[in-house]
Design a protein around this ligand. Structure first.
Ligand code: CDP
Length: 809
């Protein structure tokens, strides 16, 4: 075959492999309205499901009258818990080892809980019928405060109290109270107490990370289609983990797993919201099995915000100790975790509070202790990692606030305090006091680069002048400098540590090379906007020497993709990305044998060079990967099977630990509470960079969601358990108006154990961004005596802080 491209450099360029700013291949269909989302799926005879939901946060259900709804023309069925009970489907298991009502079984525990499921010919009839279902509720006392819940006589989960009044153990051990879920402890309790008691300086603070919601642009939904003739169930849905959903559906429905096909089509954002299983999926499957026709269920925005998986809601009380010079000696943290009516947190089984034990952050803290108490309240269940790896954002927010509070206690500069406590480069791999082994890092280099880039000393001088001007009445605006150095922990597994419902958290890639030298690779992950079709092809292009443009990446169909645990917590690159590289290397190993045979030399006498194998010492003798692919299918090569395929299931030996140094500069108007973000500098280190342009997009998106959470986004309840922020009128989604120009930067510290040295990046900007915005707000008021004020820092709360500090005269 002809080799048209000759120079090595041009051959590298032609591949479009790792490191290049390849344009997103997905965007052609997204920008032309050709995406295929679950609500685009229209099947013949398809019915629509809609929920009757509880207006009360805590109530007993005395009766449900469905007759008027059933009498409406076009209504096919109305399901209640009584209909699901004989099938054993009125409750379902949660990812956290608890169980959750599919349809209200005698009582409701949060506003918006699913009470009945109406199936009708179209969604409008279904919505009308929902209004006709009459439910007789008896209101019960409502508890929305987790501290109150642990003192209250009111039993929320009557199903978890034995007849004699005793409390059976939960999935994570003994329970202290009928509204208590678990206690999780990590670290050295007594040693930490001793260090804190004898320390020169101790800072204490309670930091509330408020309840919020991932709020993907596309809400949750599914289409269930039971083919009764062939016994096959197909389920399309907005699933971040399609294989796990297939296994769960098989376990709870009894349908054999090979007869279930789960398809995640295009997904309009997930951010953790689409990891778990919702009653809508179960009811749609049951309705399709009963009616024999497809049934679609699509949430509206209010349903999504009020009832599907929330994020955060952690009360974190900490103590941090140091020498007078600022060397940190110990850290203690207690978390009261509000999990709502059911414990449906999406965390690996052994980690009931996720990876909260990364809360020692980027610092060399010799002694630490963490305890978490999970609590039931009358709020929606969930507890997902909204754009972060299993509660890492809570952990980073906690430590980055504690560092700031300690800096105040020491009367020290917060940047310098961080600097003298960073884990040093020569300490990696670093075993943290709470158990994790950080694989790699170079925090000082990143920090110094960030401080230089923003002229940190200059900023502090400007801030000091601003304080003087404010005191002299020359300005009403304060200046805040937010600092954050974060360490993420992404890429769950390893299987020995991490499983979900007993399924080990590996991931996979299967590659088939076609005779003409193009390829398809299928993965166990699923993109929700991260651009996997673009970047995974780049990994392969570099590994197997075929152009990225000749490689199709396919995800999300359990009938074709190898088993994998899905996409969340930035695990795609650390786990499936590694599987992709290793599957590529298997292809290359076979290609080497084929090349050697074709070139009539020993296997060891050829070497890989960009897109070909060349004879060592004779570069004019080579076979391109295209030629090798063709030979694999048309030449009978002794001792080698025809074809060129490979599969890899990758169980990572460790997580990867991306990190970053962020600086936010903002002006705050003390009279209106308005903030003006003048500058946001974000330095990220995600190891080897596959596609710098996609990384930049991930950073911009993550920072924008961080801005949202820090400056206004919240799911708020009144004392009756009513959701006060159930629409986008009240729930803050930032627009171009609020979003600043981000300055991005990077260092590269490859992961030593990942085959291509890559770490995840999707969550980093959110994890680092939230504390950085929050620290900027807090820092603006430091000169006026503020230690800490809770998020979200909306205009009202900022105004209130200024008022409490006496800044309004
Ligand atoms: O699991 P998820 O896809 O959400 O997160 P990720 O693994 O951090 O990847 C997000 C996107 O950034 C993917 O398209 C990755 O391939 C890309 N990425 C990259 O180009 N280089 C890295 N070192 C890490 C991620």
């Amino acid at each position: 075959m002809k080799d048209e491209v000759t120079t090595r450099e041009s051959r590298v360029d032609a591949l479009g492999g790792m490191g290049c700013k390849r344009k997103r291949v997905e965007d052609a269909r997204f920008t032309q309205g050709k995406g295929n989302y679950v609500d685009d799926i229209k099947l013949k005879g398809m019915l629509f499901g809609d929920f009757v939901r509880s207006p009360y946060a805590h109530a007993r259900i005395k009766s449900i009258d469905t007759s008027a709804a059933l009498a409406l023309d076009g209504v096919i069925a109305v399901l209640t818990a009584e209909d699901l009970r004989p099938l054993g489907l009125h409750w379902m298991p949660t990812l956290a080892g608890d169980k959750q009502m599919v349809l209200a079984d005698g009582k409701v525990l949060f506003q918006g809980q699913e009470v009945a499921y109406v199936v009708a010919k179209d969604r409008y009839i279904a919505a009308d019928a929902v209004e006709l279902v009459e439910v007789d509720y008896e209101e019960l006392p409502v508890i929305v405060d987790p501290f109150e819940a642990l003192k209250s006589d009111v039993v929320l989960r009557e199903d978890l109290v034995a007849e004699d009044g005793s409390l059976p153990d939960g999935a994570h051990g003994p329970r202290k109270h009928h509204n208590h879920i678990f206690t999780w402890e990590v670290g050295e309790k007594e040693a930490t107490t001793q260090v804190l008691d004898s320390a020169e300086v101790v800072a204490e603070e309670t930091v509330y990370y408020h309840r919020t919601h991932p709020c993907p642009l596309e809400t949750c939904g599914c289409v269930a289609s039971m083919d009764k003739v062939n016994g096959k169930l197909t389920l399309w849905g907005t699933f971040q983990a399609p294989h796990a959903i297939r296994t769960v559906v098989s376990l709870i429905s009894g349908i054999e797993e090979h007869n279930i096909r789960v398809i995640s089509p295009d997904i309009g954002g997930g951010f953790g919201n689409k990891v778990g299983a919702y009653p809508g999926y179960v009811c749609s499957v049951v309705a399709s099995i009963v009616t024999g026709v497809p049934v679609k269920w699509i949430e509206d925005r209010m349903e999504n915000l009020m009832t599907t998986a929330f994020a955060r809601d952690y009360w974190m009380t900490g103590k941090i100790s140091a020498t007078k010079e600022g060397k940190i000696t110990g850290l203690q943290c207690h978390v009261t975790a509000d999990h709502g009516g059911f414990d449906a947190c999406a965390d690996p089984t052994k980690f009931p509070a996720g990876f909260m034990n990364i809360c020692t952050g980027s610092y060399d803290i010799p002694t630490a202790y963490l305890a978490v108490d999970g609590v039931y309240t009358n709020k929606a269940p969930g507890g997902v990692s909204y754009r972060c790896s299993f509660r890492v954002t809570e952990a980073v927010y906690f430590i980055e606030r504690m560092i700031e509070v300690l800096a105040i206690e020491l009367n020290m500069d917060a940047a310098e305090l961080r600097r003298i406590n960073f884990i040093r480069k020569d300490q990696f791999p670093y075993k943290a006091a709470l158990g994790w082994e950080y694989d790699s890092g170079d925090y000082h280099t990143a920090w110094d680069k960030a401080m230089k880039a923003v002229d940190y000393d200059g900023l502090r001088a400007e801030q000091a002048q601003r304080v003087e001007d404010f005191k002299a009445g020359k300005t009403r605006k304060l200046m805040g400098i937010g600092l954050t150095h974060f360490t993420e922990i992404v890429g769950a597994g390893p299987v020995k540590n991490c499983d979900i419902l007993g399924l080990g958290m590996f991931d996979s890639c299967e590659i088939r090379i076609h005779p003409t030298g193009s390829a398809i690779a299928r993965l166990g992950t699923i993109s929700q906007g991260q651009g996997h079709a673009t970047t995974f092809a780049q990994i392969l292009a570099t590994e197997i020497g075929l152009p990225a443009d000749s490689i199709t990446i396919e995800e999300g169909d359990t009938d074709t993709a190898p088993y994998g645990l899905g996409t969340y917590g930035s695990r795609s690159t650390p786990v499936a990305g590694a599987a992709t590289a290793l599957a590529g290397r298997k292809i290359r190993a076979k290609a080497q044998m084929i090349a050697a045979y074709l070139l009539e030399v020993h296997d060891d006498d050829v070497e890989f060079d960009v897109d070909r194998f060349v004879v060592k010492g004779a570069p004019e003798k080579f076979k391109t990967m295209k030629e090798i692919a063709f030979a694999a299918y048309n030449q009978a090569i002794p001792g080698i099977e025809p074809g060129l395929e490979a599969v890899s299931y990758y169980d990572p030996p460790n997580m990867t630990y991306p990190f970053g140094a962020y600086v936010c500069v903002m002006d705050i108007d003390v009279d209106t509470g308005e903030v003006d973000i003048r500058r946001f500098y974000a330095l990220d280190d995600c190891g080897t960079r596959i596609n710098p342009m996609i990384i930049e997009g991930q950073v911009h998106g993550g920072l924008t969601e961080a801005l949202a959470v820090a400056l206004g986004q919240e799911i708020a309840y009144d004392e009756m358990g009513n959701v006060k922020t159930g629409t986008l009128m009240d729930f803050f989604l930032p627009t171009a108006w609020e979003v600043p120009n981000y300055e991005t930067d990077h260092t590269v510290t490859p992961s030593p154990h990942h085959p291509i040295g890559a770490k995840g990046v999707g969550e980093s900007p959110h994890v680092g961004g939230v504390p950085c915005f929050s620290n900027a707000v807090n820092d603006a008021f430091r000169a006026f005596g503020l230690r800490h004020t809770h998020m979200p820092h909306d205009h009202w709360r900022i105004w209130k802080t200024a008022n409490e500090l006496g800044l309004h005269g």
